[in-house]
Design a protein around this ligand. Structure first.
Ligand code: WT7
Length: 655
């Protein structure tokens, strides 16, 4: 490193506030600082700005109906169609512009213009109808990152059938649980896909999952691997390509959906073992995805924008598919991993396609840092105008590395806090307006009333830590948990809504408030671990572990991990009291992979004679986290069995 570089590095390391570059501000979609005040003064009418990003078949007559909280309704009386907004309305002006730029892991590419995408979505919508799918039927999409996934989503939206995308990395059991919970009779799946050059079979896993589904299933299979792979075929299966051929040129009128009609379900992990079916609306959700894509990601139709998430998670729904396509931009979709064939894969793509915005996750940035700056340095990244991150807190060191080595100190970085339930971004800087502070997500977006409160729900003043809450509804919010209004209230609104006059949303995150309105999100305060930005319920993992023969009791916690952020630590009491059993360890790991998927694979399985418990018999998870992290142990005075922590520590370090 040259002397000048060292100086710059030191300067960068000390700097805590970064101004957005003037060149960015000059062209930003939102650059007027008065937006915060204007939205506050004009709340909730300010959200007409979001609804105004869309085309409505019938105008709404009320922005927000608060008559039955916390079941808030947005843009009531309005009618629209998400597929129309993402496709049809762009055809006249930019039908020949690229909508989806797909890049396969092995280097093959597929390019869909808006016209191409419109055509195939119509054909597939007709095919779904032909197979019997009706408005409001839930269609499950269990697919990897192939173009047919967004096509299927938009085809469902076109006919008013809510989709429920299940991440392809999830297990057969996870698929069955979600299909049963949603009463879903239709499934779109895939024969397989590539990971680091290897074939990952998917169809067999699908079949295994479907065998656990209570209702009869009709399925459609996308052929990703071609002649390379002969997948199993069941009576219920239809071939995607054959269906498209049979419906060539078909046109399906986009169904006029009520603003509050469901657009999709997305299952996510919570405190209990059962995944939660987060239900999103059409009008509010799509307005939110479009408006935040415009205001925060600064997307313009002529941009080439890339979000490197998987569509199997909410990030991909809102910021690969719905937001970017509603704005008529080019959305890049990459099938594979960032280190295949080489560790410069992302930078090669940015360089080749002249990507303007890159939205990725802190876990990826930490991996890039570890691999070294030589990989980005091999490429011309000067097309980049904005960088974003999402999924977990980003430490200032990783933030600055991203800012310098990817953004060349000339791109604003937006650290966006949000959740599956919020539908889109909630807390982040507006890149053309506010300064950036590495490590802090930023102020709440204009019109979003996020506050940090203490245990009793009182607002925490400057520089205090507490719990993040949202004190007013917002258009992208979940409508409810599917078929479970009670759990919706219990999970999100019970904690801080003391009386019926004031409903407060609790996202189950801890947060700190700076000396201004900037928020630093500290992480989950419930039994959820965040592995590489993926949300996993410790209770779901525990129930898989205790199901293994030979296991008497188990506790699962998250421990720090250099790249993944958190990793899964499993503490196990065996039935025969043994604390060293390699075969059992293997069976436990397999059971977790079978129940959830390889992402939940335990980092460590620690056998222990006992678990630390309070006098009332509750497992003290905090202590287990301390042990996993090798930290100083917290208060052990309330333990019924204080001596146990030493035993566990010995077993953990043996591992
Ligand atoms: C949880 C939500 C939002 C899409 C991806 C994850 C954590 C998310 C940030 C951030 C700190 C963050 C929170 C949140 N989280 N973004 N910028 N800073 N923490 O969606 O699976 O619903 O998980 O991810 O803990 O509650 P999700």
């Amino acid at each position: 490193m040259s002397e000048q570089d060292t100086e710059l590095e030191t300067h960068l390391n000390e700097q805590e506030v970064f101004e957005p570059p003037q060149s960015f501000v000059d062209q930003a979609n939102v650059s007027d600082p008065s937006i915060y005040e204007a939205f506050e003064e004009n709340w909730p009418a300010c959200w007409e700005n979001a609804a105004g990003m869309l085309d409505w078949f019938e105008g709404y007559n009320q922005v927000l109906d608060e008559s039955n909280p916390p079941f808030y309704e947005w843009f009531t009386g309005g009618k629209l169609n998400a597929s129309y907004n993402c496709l049809d309305r762009h055809l006249d002006d930019r039908g020949d512009d690229v909508a989806i730029e797909w890049i396969g892991e092995l280097g093959e590419t597929r390019r869909y213009t808006y016209l191409d995408l419109h055509k195939e979505v119509n054909e597939f919508a007709a095919a779904l109808r032909g197979l019997g799918v009706e408005e409001d039927d839930v269609v499950t999409l269990y697919m990897p990152m192939v173009p047919e996934l967004p096509i299927a989503m938009l085809a469902c939206a076109r006919i008013g059938a809510p989709h429920s995308v299940v991440f392809a990395g999830f297990s057969a059991d996870a698929l069955a649980t979600r299909m049963n919970s949603a009463d879903s009779e239709y499934l779109v799946t895939c024969d397989g896909y590539y990971r680091r050059g290897e074939i990952i079979e998917h169809k067999e896993k699908t079949d295994e999952g479907v065998s656990g589904v209570d209702q009869n299933v009709t399925s459609i299979v996308v052929d990703r691997l071609g002649d390379e792979y002969d997948h199993s075929v069941q009576e219920r299966d239809h071939d995607y390509d054959a269906l498209i051929r049979n419906h060539t040129g078909a046109e399906v009128d986009p169904v006029a959906r009520g603003s509050e009609d469901m657009l999709f379900l997305m299952y996510t992990s919570g405190t209990t073992g059962e995944p939660k079916g987060v239900q999103h609306s059409t009008g509010g959700y799509l307005s939110w995805a479009a408006w935040t894509s415009h205001a925060v990601l600064d997307i313009k139709p002529e941009d080439t924008y890339w979000c490197s998430a998987d569509i199997g998670w909410i990030t991909g729904h809102s910021y690969i598919v719905y937001g970017p396509l509603a704005l008529g931009t080019t959305s890049v979709m990459y099938e594979g991993t960032p280190d295949y064939p080489e560790k410069d894969r992302l930078w090669e793509i940015v360089d080749t396609y002249d990507v303007n915005q890159l939205y990725t996750a802190p876990t990826a940035i930490r991996a890039f840092m570890k691999w070294g700056e030589q990989y980005p340095n091999e490429h011309d990244l000067s097309s980049l105008r904005l960088l974003g991150t999402v999924g977990e807190p980003i430490n200032p060191r990783a933030w600055k590395w991203y800012y310098k080595h990817i953004g060349d100190e000339s791109c604003p970085v937006v650290d966006t806090w949000w959740q599956t339930e919020t539908g889109g971004m909630m807390v982040t800087t507006l890149p053309g307006v506010r300064d950036m502070k590495p490590g802090s997500a930023g102020p709440p977006l204009p019109g979003v009333d996020a506050q940090v409160v203490d245990e009793s729900g009182e607002e925490v003043q400057s520089q205090g830590a507490g719990y993040l809450t949202v004190q007013q509804p917002w258009p992208g919010m979940l409508q409810t948990l599917y078929n479970n209004d009670e759990r919706y209230i219990e999970e999100y609104w019970a904690e801080y809504s003391d009386d019926q006059d004031k409903w407060v949303y609790f996202p189950e995150d801890g947060a700190k408030i700076d000396n201004d309105d900037y928020l630093t999100v500290l992480g989950r305060v419930d039994d959820v671990v965040n592995v590489s930005g993926h949300r996993l319920g410790t209770m779901e993992i525990e129930s898989a572990v205790v199901g293994v023969e030979g296991v008497a009791e188990a506790a699962v916690v998250g421990g720090h991990h250099e790249v993944k952020g958190e990793a899964v630590y499993t503490y196990v009491i065996t039935e025969d009291g043994q604390t060293d059993n390699e075969a059992l360890r293997e069976r436990i790991i397999t059971a977790v992979e079978d129940a959830i998927g390889p992402i939940a694979r335990p980092e460590q399985v620690i056998f222990t004679p006992e678990l630390p418990k309070t006098r009332s018999g509750k497992i003290m998870r905090r202590l287990l986290e301390d042990i996993a992290n090798g930290d100083e142990l917290g208060d052990t005075s309330t333990l019924r069995n204080p001596e146990v922590v030493n035993d566990i520590k010995v077993n953990a370090s043996d591992d």
